[in-house]
Ligand binder design. Structure first.
Ligand SMILES: O=C(O)c1ccccc1N[C@@H]1O[C@H](COP(=O)(O)O)[C@@H](O)[C@H]1O
Length: 212
């Protein structure tokens, strides 16, 4: 089991998540998010990440110019594309920037599942998240879960991560139902939007890895 803690903005939380066993640490570069961080701050935090952990930069429909500026400043190991990027755009970003790409796909019902397979050909990893409601301000990070049974018995050609409304209290059930080998959490380990809670991070990782 590999766990991603997303939306980190403070050094103590970065160190805590790393010590608690996170495999991926995520930084959000999306101004509307309460977890948004500027690249210089993220570069400073990245300097505190122990070797071997994957530093993920989350962007939403970023242009090449924006990605270039971001990657010049922050030593990221992976890009998470959380907008409406097409498989072609995913392939283009991979080729242009030379970093592994994880593509987020929103799921609300069965009709959303083919998009996962469509993106599998282009991306290095898939992030299967809850589809945001039409009136949502954010395309993710809404603490919203979907019907995990939709993923039961399904396989994709690329590694995938389960996200969306996961918490220390429901992550074990979500893993049991979906067979996920990787999970991602943001708002489920926060005491308020954008404020991570170290004790919740510990509990989440313990529950996901079966150490609870
Ligand atoms: O976390 C955010 O603010 C965010 C903003 C824009 C796109 C995605 C965002 N977060 C990602 O959404 C999923 C699910 O989050 P949650 O656990 O339900 O809060 C996760 O992959 C975050 O990385």
């Amino acid at each position: 089991m590999r766990v991603k803690i997303c939306g980190l903005t403070r050094e103590d939380t970065v160190l805590h998540a790393a010590a608690a066993g996170a495999a991926y640490l995520g930084f959000v570069f999306f101004p509307r998010s309460p977890r948004n961080i500027d690249p210089a701050h993220a570069a400073d935090l990245a300097g505190h990440v122990p070797p071997g952990l994957c530093k993920v930069g989350l962007v939403v429909n970023a242009s090449d110019v924006e990605l270039e500026a971001l990657l010049e400043t922050v030593p990221l190991d992976m890009l998470q594309l959380h907008g409406t990027e097409t498989p072609e755009r995913v392939g283009d970003i991979r080729a242009r920037f030379g970093l592994p790409v994880m593509k987020a796909v929103g799921v609300a019902d069965e009709e959303d599942l083919p998009a996962i397979a469509d993106h599998a050909a282009a991306a290095d990893q898939l992030l299967i998240d809850a589809k945001p409601p039409r009136d949502a301000t954010l395309p993710g990070g809404n603490g919203l879960a979907f019907d995990w049974r939709l993923l039961q018995g399904r396989r994709w050609t690329k590694p995938w991560m389960l996200a969306g409304g996961l918490t220390p209290d429901n992550v074990a059930e979500a893993i049991g139902l979906t067979g996920a080998e990787q999970v991602d959490v943001s708002s489920g380990v926060e005491s308020a939007p954008g404020i991570k809670d170290n004790e919740m991070i510990t509990r989440f990782i313990a529950a996901a890895t079966g150490d609870a």
